[in-house]
Structure formats: structure tokens, C-alpha cells
Design a protein around this ligand. Structure first.
Ligand SMILES: [Zn+2]
Length: 198
């Protein structure tokens, strides 16, 4: 694990830190202590803490911004919203996130190990630990890199069988979030300087 970056404190400071890098942000709902979503659906919400605020602009991650005035409008009240980060090709650059799902029976870490053994280590980068035990590997390149957001990638490349013993499609538990996608920032923690892939 690499050196920790000095962590911002408030939601606005976090959002500003991202925007300074050129990463466009937008407000998302949060998860209450009991695991329910802060949206009106509460316990019925199937994507707790991972979607936009319906009653507020922006309605969609497409309206994500790096404009400080917008950030102030959205995030001045601390601890109200999560910060969404729009991935993919932006005017400032291309934010590509490899989402490694781990924990709760998910084996993204194992798949990554298989891939790195075969193809070599991934380039050094920022790593965000997600609440569920997974990792977001964050890559930032120049504008114009077009990669579609895709789930369950690199299955064959990792040498995984097509189907498991019960005939179900095998999962790599690795997704790529790029054009047409976003991630929710795990605030206050976990944005690490380049790791060793751990
Ligand atoms: Zn919700």
C-alpha cells in the first residue's frame, strides 16, 4: 500500500479536491446507518446511496461539474449527499475506473491476480476501497479515450470457464466504469496513493 494522500475533511473539500483534478462530480443519495437509502424509497431502494437526487438538479450524472459555484450549491451542507464522479471521456480528461468486486462471495481480487500473472501488473494508480470490500482502480488519461462501461469483463482472458458447475455464466467480478457511467466516492477514507495491487 502506498503513501496516504492528505485527506480533505468536509464533503465540499472532497468534491473540490476531485474537481481540481478535473473529475466532474454530482450529488448522490447516501446510506443511513441502518443500511436504507436516504431517498424516499428508503428500505425499498434497490441502489441505496448510489443514485442521483431526483428532486434536485442535476437529474443525471451527465450534469456533473467541476464548477466551484455548483459544488458549493450541492455540497455546502456537510454529510448530506454522497459524491458521484462521472467516469469516461470528459473535456478535462478520461476517467477510467476498474471496479474490482470483493467480499460477500465475490472474487474480483482473484480474477485480477490471474490476469496480472498472465499479463503483468497493472500500472501504478490511485486505489479507492469501497464499502463492500472491493477496490476501485482509478486511471486518469488525456481526453478522447473512449471505453464503454461494461460489466463482467476479462473472464476469458483470466482463463475462467464460461459456466460454473451449476451452468451459470461465470462472473469475473470486474467491471469497467468509463463512458456512460459513474462511481460513488467513498468519502473520508481510502483514496490511496498508488498501491501494489494488493
Ligand atoms: Zn435510493
Amino acid at each position: 500500500m502506498g503513501k496516504k494522500i492528505k485527506e480533505p475533511k468536509t464533503t465540499l473539500e472532497w468534491a473540490s479536491e476531485y474537481a481540481k483534478r478535473g473529475w466532474a462530480v454530482f450529488p448522490c443519495h447516501r446510506v443511513n446507518l441502518d443500511g436504507t437509502c436516504t431517498c424516499h424509497k428508503g428500505a425499498e431502494c434497490d441502489r441505496p446511496g448510489k443514485h442521483t437526487i431526483y428532486s434536485l438538479e442535476p437529474e443525471s450524472f451527465k450534469d456533473a461539474s467541476i464548477d466551484h459555484l455548483k459544488l458549493k450549491e450541492w455540497f455546502s451542507k456537510d454529510d448530506v449527499y454522497n459524491i458521484g464522479l462521472r467516469t469516461g471521456n470528459n473535456p478535462q480528461g478520461s476517467l477510467i475506473v476498474i471496479d474490482i468486486d470483493e467480499g460477500d462471495g465475490k472474487s474480483g481480487g482473484k480474477t485480477l491476480e490471474l490476469l496480472e500473472t498472465k499479463y503483468g501488473r497493472l500500472p501504478f494508480t490511485l486505489v479507492q476501497r469501497t464499502g463492500s470490500g472491493g477496490r476501485h482502480l482509478v486511471y486518469w488519461g488525456k481526453p478522447g479515450i473512449h471505453i464503454k462501461s461494461t460489466k463482467n469483463i476479462l473472464r476469458a482472458e483470466a482463463g475462467l470457464p464460461d459456466r460454473d458447475a451449476e451452468g451459470r455464466k461465470t462472473q469475473s467480478h470486474i467491471d469497467v466504469r468509463a463512458d456512460g457511467g459513474y462511481i460513488v466516492s467513498v468519502r473520508r477514507t481510502h483514496l490511496e496513493a498508488p498501491g501494489d495491487g494488493c
